[in-house]
Design a protein around this ligand. Structure first.
Ligand SMILES: NC(=O)c1ccc[n+]([C@@H]2O[C@H](COP(=O)([O-])OP(=O)(O)OC[C@H]3O[C@@H](n4cnc5c(N)ncnc54)[C@H](OP(=O)(O)O)[C@@H]3O)[C@@H](O)[C@H]2O)c1
Length: 417
């Protein structure tokens, strides 16, 4: 191992709160630079063990251990340093204090309970003090000693609690087909804006569970669940809404219908089988209709209600080989424009987002490299879109700022069409 590749070779690092989130990423990065790691956690031993295994799987000798310690307890912090020293037979070189909490209610100061204030200061401030104090006493002197505390950029921004940081705070959103692809990116984005999420999938429960874990790892309280439902079955769509309501004890505010299929044989209309036509319409059109109908009945009225259907920019381009697919989405566009008018007085808006080519399984399936390169060549930005190009547009439509956008088709394609 050459020093320039592994600049932290054999240095001992403690990263507090590294079982998940930013601490985990820091620990994995320090390990990749050659450091030996103490993965500290307070409650989630399984996640900490997973980080340890991930690091140890890259080396013949164990280079990471997990140590439970509450950083706001001086004795437990002492034990953390003891464990590092005795395991690695070396003083600690690096302390990264990443453990921290935030009150997920985002209350104003007026509405912050003393209990919540005490808990925040106990872990974030007292905990940092205790770790820094122990580090100042025990980190190796004479060069290379480092103490790094995770603070927040908000400390320079002085934002009030609430709405503008998390404009979808506590709104309940269902995103169909969000186990992967565009739906997944939309779900993650809505969660980052504060929404509670129902991750719907049809066949792929493992991928849906992963999206749920990703969202839940950013919060103390579960903010996402996975629900299996075929969107072209009305009873299953009813159950989808039931699950959202009962889990989050609230009506649904936002429905994003992203689930969809495309015939990867790209047949001419002449060569499209009736079975393929029926399957395309069953999921894309009938599925959208069933979701919109359930949404129109159950989404909370009186403001903030949103229905957003994923269509396609191809519905404005009429390309050969996409007959059934484009027709199935053109029908959705027509339906959504009517729905927006029929929802008069409810405060619920209905719009379509119509992406151009986006690098997902749906796009790649059945296409040769030559076809893919031709599509890229037709894109003004010289690349395919990615799901993260679509998610912020849906995020905008899901929020209050979009109230005046209603019954519209937003073609989001980088200028492709
Ligand atoms: N990618 C593009 O280039 C592109 C361009 C324009 C428009 N769109 C539209 O954008 C939407 C998302 O496409 P994508 O590229 O993200 O597709 P994708 O990567 O193939 O993902 C499709 C998603 O839909 C789910 N799904 C399929 N059939 C379902 C059903 N009957 N009930 C519930 N969920 C079902 C899948 O769940 P499982 O994983 O559980 O099967 C998966 O989560 C589609 O409506 C598509 O037509 C895509």
């Amino acid at each position: 191992m050459a020093a320039e590749n592994f600049p932290l070779q054999d240095r001992v690092a403690i990263v507090t709160g590294s079982s998940r989130g930013i601490g985990k990423a820091i620990a994995l990065h320090l390990a990749s630079l050659g450091a030996k790691l103490v993965i500290n956690y307070s409650s989630n031993s399984a996640q900490a063990d997973e980080v340890v295994s991930q690091i140890n799987s890259t080396s013949d000798h164990p280079r990471a251990i997990a140590v439970k310690a509450n950083i706001s307890d001086p004795d437990q912090v002492k034990s953390l340093f003891d464990a590092a020293e005795s395991t690695f037979q070396s003083p600690v070189n690096i302390l990264v204090n990443s453990a921290g909490v935030m009150d997920a209610k985002y209350p104003s100061i007026l509405n912050t309970s003393l209990e919540d204030f005490d808990r925040t200061f106990d872990i974030n401030t007292r905990g940092s003090f205790i770790c820094c104090k122990e580090g100042a006493a025990r980190i190796k002197q004479g060069g290379g000693g480092r103490i790094i505390c995770l603070s927040t950029s908000l400390a320079a921004a002085f934002r009030p609690g609430g709405a503008e940081n998390f404009p979808l705070q506590d709104r309940v959103a269902i995103v169909t087909g969000s186990s992967r692809g565009i739906g997944k990116a939309i779900a993650l984005h809505l969660a980052s804006l504060g929404a509670k999420l129902v991750i719907n999938y049809f066949s792929n429960s493992a991928q849906a569970d992963e999206v749920v874990s990703q969202i839940n790892s950013t919060s103390d309280h579960p903010r996402a669940i996975a629900v299996k439902a075929n969107i072209s079955d009305p009873d299953q769509v009813k159950s989808l809404f039931d699950a959202a309501e009962s889990t989050f004890q609230s009506p649904v505010n936002i429905l994003v219908n992203s689930a969809g299929v495309m015939d990867a044989k790209y047949p001419s209309i002449l060569n499209t089988s009736l079975e393929d036509f029926d399957r395309t319409f069953d999921i894309n059109t009938r599925g959208s209709f069933i979701c919109c109908k359930e949404g129109a009945a159950r989404i909370k009225q009186g403001g903030g209600g949103r229905i957003i259907c994923l269509s396609t920019s191809l519905a404005a381009a009429f390309r050969p080989g996409y007959g059934a697919y484009i027709a199935s989405k053109a029908a959705v566009e027509a339906m959504v424009k009517i729905l927006a008018k029929e929802l008069k007085g409810t405060g619920i808006t209905a719009n379509c987002v119509a992406p151009g080519p986006i690098a997902t399984e749906l796009f790649y399936e059945g296409k040769t490299e030559e076809v893919i390169n031709r599509v890229i060549g037709d894109c003004p930005h010289g690349r395919l879109g990615v799901p993260e190009d679509i998610a912020p547009v849906v995020g905008f439509l899901a929020g209050d700022a979009s109230e005046w956008v209603n019954g519209q088709i937003l073609r989001v394609n980088g200028g492709f069409i």
